[in-house]
Each structure stands twice: as C-alpha cells, then as structure tokens.
Design a protein around this ligand. Structure first.
Ligand SMILES: Cc1cc2nc3c(=O)[nH]c(=O)nc-3n(C[C@H](O)[C@H](O)[C@H](O)COP(=O)(O)OP(=O)(O)OC[C@H]3O[C@@H](n4cnc5c(N)ncnc54)[C@H](O)[C@@H]3O)c2cc1C
Ligand SMILES: NC(=O)c1ccc[n+]([C@@H]2O[C@H](COP(=O)([O-])OP(=O)(O)OC[C@H]3O[C@@H](n4cnc5c(N)ncnc54)[C@H](OP(=O)(O)O)[C@@H]3O)[C@@H](O)[C@H]2O)c1
Length: 435
C-alpha cells in the first residue's frame, strides 16, 4: 500500500497509537495517508487559528488544513475594500493575543488581516494550504476520523485523526438565489464576495439585492463612487446606529443585558435609534415585530449597524425597491409591477455553511443548514472527538469562546492518554529489565 506515515510529537513513541495505525495502514485506500497524533482542524480562518493557538498553549500539537492559499481567506479574498470591523476591537480579538494598542476602535480589513498574520506567526501555526476537505467520516472500528482532501491538480490525501475540529465557517459559500430570467440579463451579476469597490461601477445603475450589513455597505460604497444604487428590501430589517450615547451600540447592549431583561434592552435600543435615525419605515425599511436582540437570539438575524447608508436612503441617493419578479435583458421587473433599467446587479444575499457537503455525520450537524443542532452555548462538542468552532452566530466573540472550550476539552483527553502511555512504557521497560 502506498501509505506515507508521519507520526509526530509524543505519539511517535506511543505503542497503542502505532498498533492502531498499523492496522489502519493495512486496511486503507491507495491515496497517501497521514496519521495525525493531535487534532485536525479544517479551515484557517479566525476560528481555526484561535483553536490551534489555544491547543498549542496547552501543549497539544494540531494540523490545520485550508482550501485556499492563505489564512483568513474570507477576509483576504472575498471582502470589499472599505470593510472595517463593525464591533469595537475588544469584542473581536482572539484568545491569548489582543489587538495592537495603536489600532483604531474599528480596525480596517487590512489591519485585521495583519493581526491574524501576526497571530499565526506568534503561535507558529503553519496551515497546509490548497487542501480542500472533500469527505470526513468516523471509522467506528478503528476509533478514528478518516478525512479526505483534494489538493492542487486533484492530488488526493487521507488524514487519520482522533479529534476533528470543524472551522469552515458560517460564510463558507455564497448564497446565490434563483431568479426568473437570470440567464437573460445582459449586464454584470455578481455576489458581494466578488465585489471590491464601487469604482468600477461609476455612473452605472446598480441593483443591490439584500439589505444585510453587506448590502447596506455596498450601496454606500457605490454612492461614494458616483454610481446610482437601488436596494432590494424584501422583508423587515432592524437598522441601528453603530454607536449611541458615546458608546458602541454592541458594547452598550452587552452592558445593559447584565442588568435588564432582553425586551427592555430592545425597547431602549429602539427608542434611541428612533431618536437618532427617525422612523426607518418611512424610507421603506419596516422593523420586525421582535426587537433586534431577541430576533438575533431566536433566528440569528443580525441587525444592520448603520455607517452612513441610511442618510443616503433618506436623501434619495439610494432608492429602496421591493422583491424582484423577474430579470429582463437590461431591466428588472419588481413584484409591484414596476420595471426599471439596470446596468449591473450585486447579490448581497448572504452566505451558508458547507459542512453537509463533506462531513458524513448527521448527529451533531444539521443537514439542512450545516450548523450544529444544539444551540449556543452547547454546539461546540459532538461525539467521538468531533468539535465545531465559529458556528454560534455571534461573530468573533463566539469563536473565542468555542476555541477555549475545545482546547480545554482536548487537553484533558490528551493528558489522560499521556498518563496511559507513560504507564504502558514503564511496564514494558520493567518487563524488559527483569531477568
Ligand atoms: C463581510 C463580512 C464582514 C464581517 N465582519 C465581522 C465583524 O466585524 N465582526 C465579527 O465578529 N464577525 C464578522 N463577520 C463574520 C465572520 O464570519 C467572522 O468574522 C470570521 O471570519 C469567522 O471566522 P471563521 O474562521 O469561523 O470562518 P471563515 O473566516 O469563513 O474561515 C473559514 C475557513 O475555512 C476554509 N474552508 C471552508 N471549507 C473548507 C474545506 N472544505 N476544506 C478546507 N478549508 C475550508 C475557508 O477557505 C476559510 O478560510 C463578517 C463576515 C463577513 C462576510
Ligand atoms: N463591517 C462588518 O462587520 C460587516 C459587513 C458586512 C457583513 N457583515 C457580517 O457578515 C455576515 C453576512 O452578512 P451579509 O449582509 O452578507 O448577509 P446576511 O446578513 O445573511 O444578509 C443577506 C440579506 O439578503 C437578503 N436576501 C437573501 N436572499 C434574497 C432574495 N432572493 N431576494 C432579496 N433579498 C434576499 C436577506 O433577506 P431576508 O432577511 O429576508 O432573508 C438579507 O437581508 C453577517 O454576520 C454580517 O453581520 C459584517
């Protein structure tokens, strides 16, 4: 069998591990195979890096696999130029290393990427790039996960590990909606993950579909580059100012939640928003029946933190439109019967998890949406050494909480096994030294 075996760290001398691996080697398929003594982490975004760092700090080595050619590929390759963190930096830092003190409250995308690069360097995390996980399955006979990856030029590889950490993110794939006439439209149609700047749309009529944080910011960027954006709003949406009463809206909400019930905090947020922004329904942005925090808790739907888009909607620089009925050659027909001409369409329709496409497991992860079935804060751990980091719908704050818990949990098993290994080696030594 063409099986390349690399056993690293302490387990290189672990007789139990070696015996199991020998059994595995003789039953494995023809692709090269790497036996990983510690956890295998899929994804080198903030979640994968945070978990690898927390494990490292506890003396547990791990391997990180990443489908693209860099860390934090979502941030480096799939976000627009004007992006900044929406939440103040103290809510976005990863465990064990804060942001540099000279960074602004809301770091730019490049500053965040620089921080992550420095983080990976500090904890000596060197992901194996250009490896897309195509399949991972638990082998109950062996008691190990078998993880298959596809590299450049289709080169396949198999990893065998005791612990598998899923860190592929809530935003692994772009959501592209079905729209009648999509093949007919003559202009550019692209998802926000491919939008960099409004510069290339200067002077053009652009329809932005979706009013989450991406759609709102892309509209603002288009305005700032003298394009003519319209925004499709198909449902209700909470728009809140990014800051209120001199503090970040997020920070203030977290603080108030320590003392007040969620409904009262929501009431407070809505009153202050109304005072600062006015009645958003007047501009075509009806608010949901539930308050912003309650809605976030129940459905995961993030409120929009306004960074100037609302003013452009009020001034008429951004037009609000209802749902799309169908696309035509150079125009869009809306459900209210109106038809308008557009040169380009930008889909700000969000993202989805890709876990069901590669993880052959249905207990922990839902096949429907690719998220852990158990809600926050209990979704991080499954059976048989399976973990999830970064699926809390709570951004980087959720990532940090998951990463710390996972590292603590794996450390316990790792130390227990180290004790067994030591005892086993001792008894072997005693046997060999006795006459
Ligand atoms: C435009 C935008 C702005 C955001 N701003 C904020 C913010 O300000 N604050 C905040 O807290 N959150 C923000 N988020 C949420 C964002 O999800 C988190 O900030 C963060 O990126 C999550 O990290 P992650 O590692 O879980 O996922 P990701 O950053 O998506 O990383 C997952 C990694 O897994 C890799 N991967 C996926 N599938 C496979 C596979 N099959 N095999 C191998 N590798 C794979 C991907 O290539 C990727 O590198 C934002 C999201 C977007 C889209
Ligand atoms: N600066 C920042 O920090 C920043 C910037 C951008 C994004 N983000 C974060 O990144 C994540 C993704 O944000 P996102 O804005 O890309 O996605 P999102 O929050 O999922 O929003 C997608 C939007 O598209 C709408 N939509 C989906 N399909 C549609 C269709 N067929 N027709 C019309 N509308 C449709 C949705 O409407 P419904 O609500 O009706 O489904 C929703 O308004 C979020 O966590 C967000 O907070 C952060």
């Amino acid at each position: 069998m063409d099986c390349l075996r690399e056993i690293e760290g302490k387990q290189a001398h672990d007789p139990i591990f070696i015996e199991k691996m020998n059994k595995f080697s003789s039953s494995s398929s023809s692709s090269p195979c790497l036996c990983v003594p510690g956890p295998l982490i899929v994804g080198a975004g903030p979640s994968g890096l945070a978990t690898a760092a927390c494990l490292k700090e506890k003396g547990v080595p791990s391997i990180v696999l990443e489908r693209s050619n860099c860390i934090a590929s979502l941030w480096q390759l799939k976000t627009y130029d004007r992006l900044r963190l929406h939440l103040p930096k103290q809510f976005c830092e990863l465990p064990l290393m804060g942001f540099p003190s000279d960074f602004p409250t809301y770091p730019t995308k490049q500053q965040f990427v620089d921080y992550l690069e420095a983080y990976a360097m500090k904890f000596d995390i060197k992901p194996r790039f250009n490896e897309t996980i195509s399949r991972a399955e638990y082998d109950a006979t062996l008691g190990f996960w078998r993880v298959r990856s596809v590299g450049v030029k289709g080169k396949e590889m198999e990893y065998v590990c005791r612990w598998l950490v899923v860190a592929t993110g809530e935003n692994a794939e772009a959501v592209v909606p079905q729209m009648e006439g999509i093949g007919e439209f003559g202009g550019d149609i692209r998802h926000t993950s491919l939008f960099k700047s409004g510069e290339e749309f200067r002077g053009k009529r652009v329809l932005v579909v979706g009013c989450g944080n991406s759609g709102m910011e892309v509209c603002l960027d288009l305005c700032n580059h003298n394009a003519r954006p319209s925004l499709v709003v198909r449902d209700t949406v909470h728009v809140l100012p990014r800051e209120m009463l001199g503090r970040s809206t997020f920070g203030l909400s977290m603080w108030l939640l320590k003392w007040l019930p969620i409904r009262l905090v929501d009431r407070f947020l809505l009153i202050v928003s109304w005072l600062m922004l006015g009645d958003t329904a007047r501009f075509g942005l009806d608010r949901p029946r539930l308050g912003p925090l309650e809605l976030k808790n129940l459905s995961g739907k993030t409120p929009v933190l306004d960074v100037g888009t609302l003013a452009k909607i009020k001034s008429g620089d951004i037009k609000v439109c209802p749902s799309i009925k169908r696309l035509k050659r150079h125009a869009v027909e809306f459900v209210n019967g109106k038809t308008e001409k557009f040169d380009a369409i930008i889909l700000a329709t969000g993202y989805k998890s890709n876990v069901p496409s590669w993880l052959k497991e249905r207990e922990m992860f839902s096949e429907k949406d690719g998220y852990p079935r158990r809600p926050f804060p209990n979704g991080w751990k499954g059976e048989c050494g399976l973990y999830a980091v970064g699926f809390t719908k709570r951004g980087l704050l959720g990532t940090s909480m998951d990463a710390k818990r996972i590292a603590e949990d794996i450390e316990r098993y790792w130390k227990e096994e180290a004790k067994h290994r030591l005892a086993f080696t001792h008894s072997l030594l005693q046997q060999s030294s006795s006459p």
